[in-house]
Design a protein around this ligand. Structure first.
Ligand SMILES: *Cc1c(COP(=O)(O)O)cnc(C)c1O
Length: 370
């Protein structure tokens, strides 16, 4: 019998699989009433009807392989983002691409830096590639961006062995963001021989005037990578489409490990159609903005500390009551994301729902807190 743990290569031996939170399928089956699922930052406003129709139409050709180049989607993205198609890499979700950047550009003996309270996938990516992960301390809890990325600390964590930095703007699970000026200063000080991967999964939701996407910096910085996804603002999480933008030479090397048909045909079709439905996206973003504000106000009105957020979720402190509140909500069919895995056992992450969702959440919370 093989001991599969020691048989695996060094990086994998110490790894724990990504924790997706609750087993929702089992919970749904057991629940007496429909669950209110606010644990995974899915978009409750749903996908564009045009995207759904395009996906269904693509199923008519389910027997045919999808376009291995994703050419139509890349051209649609290139048009909108003002980049060359050669600078776009498509992924089966951006999670896949985040993993592959470490796999391709770092290995044993190399280092990867990320922030404390950064997205869990960065640590997984670093470890799976066999590299050493250096976590930079986050901003303090009483900062204007509580537990957000401290770009100066991230810069200080870089050594001559660093191959890659993972940064999220805005960040999950904190919801926080950093300013364009801070990022440009960070990027200017970073060695040219390392990659800076900026995960912009929530970029579409942002309206803070001090935020800026890293996209315009791509032309000047060949070591910069920006990842985006159709899972959040475009509400296509079930179809798994993400993308990375980077220097064409960087993308060409990444293409060497991309699985030939990694993005499926309904996903390609739906993503492209979703880009064409600007009105649906705008309505979705406006609804999220209004509900995010209303929910944050309601939670703060109950005496809870809520981190500032430019995303579709809120990080909320429940202190010593966290586990009890989480369980009481679960008993009422309301699913939030526990944060113990992030070292934030006194917090829960709440996806911003519709007005109806948020009313149900608050009613359940009032019972749980009573
Ligand atoms: C949701 C999320 C992703 C996107 O995941 P997909 O694989 O594209 O669905 C990436 N980064 C962060 C920070 C996220 O929260």
């Amino acid at each position: 019998m093989i001991d599969f743990v020691s048989f695996a290569h060094t990086g994998i031996r110490g790894l724990r699989a990504y924790d997706p939170g609750h087993d929702l399928v089992a919970l749904r089956r057991a629940a007496p009433q429909p669950l209110l699922e606010l644990g995974s930052n899915e978009n409750p406003h749903g996908a564009s009807p045009l995207a759904v129709r395009a996906a269904i139409a693509a199923l008519e050709s389910a027997h045919v392989y999808p376009d291995p180049l994703g050419g139509d989607l890349k051209r649609a993205l290139a048009d909108r983002l003002g980049v060359d198609t050669a600078g776009i890499l498509l992924g089966n979700g951006s999670h896949e691409l985040l993993m592959q950047f470490a796999q391709v550009f770092a290995g044993p003996g190399d280092e990867v830096v990320a922030s404390q309270y950064g997205f869990a996938v960065y640590a997984l990516a670093a470890q799976a590639a066999g590299t050493t992960l250096r976590l930079a301390p986050a901003l303090p809890r009483d900062h204007a961006m509580p537990r957000g990325h401290d770009l100066a600390a991230l810069g200080a964590a870089i050594t001559p062995r660093t191959r890659l930095a993972y940064i999220a703007n805005p960040n999950n699970p904190t919801g926080t963001w950093y300013s364009a000026a801070d990022f440009e200063a960070f990027l200017a000080a970073v060695p040219a021989q390392m990659l800076v991967v900026v995960d912009e999964a929530y970029a579409e939701f942002v309206d803070a005037p001090d935020y800026a996407s890293a996209l315009p910096l791509l032309a000047k910085h060949p070591n910069l990578v920006v990842t985006r996804t159709f899972s959040k603002a475009h509400a296509l999480a079930g179809l798994r489409v993400g993308y990375a933008l980077a220097h064409p030479d960087c993308i060409a090397v990444m293409e060497r490990v991309r699985e030939s048909f990694n993005v499926n045909a309904p996903g390609l079709a739906a993503a492209q159609a979703s880009l064409d439905d600007a009105a649906h996206l705008a309505a979705s973003l406006a609804a999220n903005r209004a509900q995010r504000q209303a929910l944050a106000d309601a939670l703060r009105g109950r005496g809870l500390a809520v981190s500032p957020s430019q995303t579709n979720f809120l990080l909320v402190e429940f202190g010593d009551d966290t586990a009890r509140i989480e369980a009481a909500l679960l008993a009422r069919g309301v699913i939030l994301r526990p944060m113990g895995g992030y070292g934030l056992g006194d917090c829960l992450r709440i996806t911003v729902g519709t007005a109806v969702d948020n009313a149900r959440l608050l009613a359940a919370l009032d019972e749980a807190m009573a």
